[in-house]
Design a protein around this ligand. Sequence first.
Ligand code: ADP
Ligand code: GN1
Ligand code: MG
Length: 367
Amino acid sequence: MPDFAVAAGVMRHFEIDGELVSVEAYGSGHINDTSCAVFQRREGLARFILQRINTHIFPNPEPLMENIQRVTTHLAALMANERGADRRVLTLVPARDGKPFYRDREDGCWRVYKFIEGARTYNTAANAERAFESAKAFGHFQKMLVNLPGPRLHDILPGFHNTPRRYEAFERVIAEDPVGRVASARAEIEFAVARKSVANVLVDADLPERVTHNDTKLNNVLFDDATGEGICVIDLDTTMPGLALYDFGDMVRTATSPVDEDERDLARVEMQFPMFEALMRGYLSSAGSFLTDAEKRHLAVAGKLITVEQGIRFLTDHLAGDTYYKVSRPNQNLDRCRTQFRLIGSIEKQEEAMEMLIARLLDELAG
Ligand code: ADP
Ligand code: GN1
Ligand code: MG
């Protein structure tokens, strides 16, 4: 988190009147540094989200911010007449030079969003209604972007959800073993290698390219405190061309397990079937109208596939010496990998039931 003086120096470059009174670390993301900045203005206190973009992972903020600007402007226009429209889409605060971000003298890149009040994120779903709401919100987000006027969005991280390429990176790090951790992760490596055949399922399926979010963790939806509605999809860094099913898959990965991603008590990790059903119903309620038959046919495999991909990403980072995801304790990436693999085991036991449910819900939809 930036200290107060640094934050004040940065915030001066944004179109905000008033005086910064406090700044504190916010959220639990693995990539960017997020803070909440409070301003004293004539009308009273006002909060803002200040983010330092991780330029190690996103070295090119211009195209990234151009994507976010185009997407948020499009969504705001489509929802302009809805109740509480300004809480349903992120609003960037421009820098004083008119750009959507500010670059400091050390090449740090910063952006500011209006704070959406009266809403919060959750790391775990707690109940089926929340799972339903999250999937409905992400499906709605995809639906509203089906007709995003051209040109194609920038491909911010090429191959981001190309699972076979993730396997290649995984195999490279095993061969190099840069920090000597391979020997102590044999069981996890074996588990991952045994699931390699699933990696190609979506890339080989000839599915339509869409504008997708690509980081549809449960905690990237803001839920209204009063109604529980999933009101706003946030964390738009990876919104770019992609496959709808990776988004659905990541909902299954993050909303069906009752525990945090780095839980050490693996007995607590499971794919909770009622949550899966709620996700399917929520997603189909908003995305059912535009998904093609080929996409619908692959809904069942998406959760397992993305959980395999995420598991090997965490394992790759552990073997590489924790260079990508933020860690706050030793072996955290290994723990994160283990929860993913445990979840896969639980999905594998329920695959048939998942397929049957999907067939039933698709029949209902076709009605
Ligand atoms: P990260 O990439 O680190 O996950 P996010 O963009 O998801 O960053 O933001 C981190 C946290 O900040 C979110 O989980 C959410 O709680 C909060 N947050 C982000 N944007 C807003 C906003 N506009 N209004 C209110 N809270 C927000
Ligand atoms: C990262 O920023 P955050 O925490 O929402 C990652 C996602 C992973 C996720 C796993 C740009 O997302 O791809 O699924 O961690 N984002 C990037 O928790 O790599
Ligand atoms: Mg996030």
